[in-house]
Design a protein around this ligand. Sequence first.
Ligand SMILES: NC(=O)c1ccc[n+]([C@@H]2O[C@H](COP(=O)([O-])OP(=O)(O)OC[C@H]3O[C@@H](n4cnc5c(N)ncnc54)[C@H](O)[C@@H]3O)[C@@H](O)[C@H]2O)c1
Ligand SMILES: N[C@H](CO)Cc1c[nH]c[nH+]1
Ligand SMILES: [Zn+2]
Length: 432
Amino acid sequence: MVQRLTTAAADFDGQLTTLLSRKQEASPAVAEAVRGIIQQVIKEGDGALRDLTRRFDSHEADSLAISVAERDAAADRASPEAVAALEAAAARIETYHRKQMPDDELYTDEEGVTLGWRWTPLEAVGLYVPGGLASYPSSVLMNAIPPRVAAVPRMVMVVPTPDGQINPLVMAAARICGIEEIYRIGGAQAVAALAYGTETIASVDKIVGPGNAYVAAAKREVFGHVGIDSIAGPSEIVVVSDNRSPAPWVAADLLSQAEHDPSSQSILITDDAAFADAVEGAAEDLLAVSPREAITRRAWEQNSALIVVRRLGGDGMEVVNRLAPEHLELAVDKPEDLLPSIRHAGAIFLGRHTPEAVGDYVAGPNHVLPTARAARFSSGLSVADFLKRSSLIGCSAESLEVIGPLAMTLAEKEGLWAHGESVRQRLEDRGQ
Ligand SMILES: NC(=O)c1ccc[n+]([C@@H]2O[C@H](COP(=O)([O-])OP(=O)(O)OC[C@H]3O[C@@H](n4cnc5c(N)ncnc54)[C@H](O)[C@@H]3O)[C@@H](O)[C@H]2O)c1
Ligand SMILES: N[C@H](CO)Cc1c[nH]c[nH+]1
Ligand SMILES: [Zn+2]
């Protein structure tokens, strides 16, 4: 049975807090295990990667790299229909991300100071492509197209290959994106290798991409030594629906994220208890025929919930903002009426005819999105993740006369003599 909550209950706040803690994404046990793995990779390099790959992915990674020839041989085995779908998706994703490319700026202000900024791409990025409980060719596209648009020169892809099996469509996606440096490693050890480097793998400057609780915890650990995108851990969905949506549609949308991982979370917010009953029944029917029943049922029964609220546009929106979900579906006639009340969500799906799955694959926006309430302070992967902004500042001799004395005053107040002197000398030399 999936759990049932109602905002009318006196202890609703406590129940919601418990529900949020059900996601094991940030558990101390996972963090502890991950710290051990990272230390092992730092100390033993490639040897640790082979050892951990044997332990967690059940194969001997004699060669850690997947060569371009191996990539292409595998990609050639992918079904042409699936490759065509990937190519169409890639085109839509690229069009969307090209619109995110920011412009450089240069202007002269009223005091005659030239100011602006300039964007430059990162030099080397690591792309984590998950591959433990499912294969994710779509995540190759979502990871690799933004840095390609940003003109990052070195893209390194890591992907676990359980039992040594290379997924042909993942390789086809890598070929579409022009990724030539690929390693058959996953989990926290892959994140550690990208962050610290090994004999075979040169370190990168930033690591992006989604993964399970171990990958998410590893990204938290290496942050600071390298950049990371956001914490994109086990998938989540919140569906806000009135009783006019077909219950099987809503049930399928909820299960679409539950089936990713036993740590996933799916939550319905509705203003009709009878509709919640109908969705629960429809979900049972779907679970009975799902080929991924075991994973899906665990996420559904252990971490998920049906929440009955008084008013979707009132307490319903307060609950949404507390949850700050990765994906938020507004399955109502007029989603635009609810939109202004939403402050935190990675991606918002507008109206009953927008299943979250179109965002996962083909709509265009990125599916690498913040989870575990990280949508309160971060956003989905974008071109901006692969760019840095340098400020530009240029004074003429005349404009330095206008703003220089202000700097001298502040330098004196901070007791930083050479700061003031650097301005004073220029002003004095000009005065002579
Ligand atoms: N938020 C997002 O944007 C987004 C997008 C796509 C997928 N996802 C999520 O990515 C995840 C993919 O997970 P996955 O498991 O299929 O693949 P994965 O590649 O993330 O994880 C597999 C790796 O986990 C490690 N691992 C597994 N059990 C371990 C253990 N007990 N101890 C140490 N390490 C262990 C192994 O190294 C293995 O290679 C799912 O949670 C899915 O929901 C999130
Ligand atoms: N829903 C995932 C993001 O949480 C992305 C994905 C890839 N394939 C299917 N779904
Ligand atoms: Zn998905």
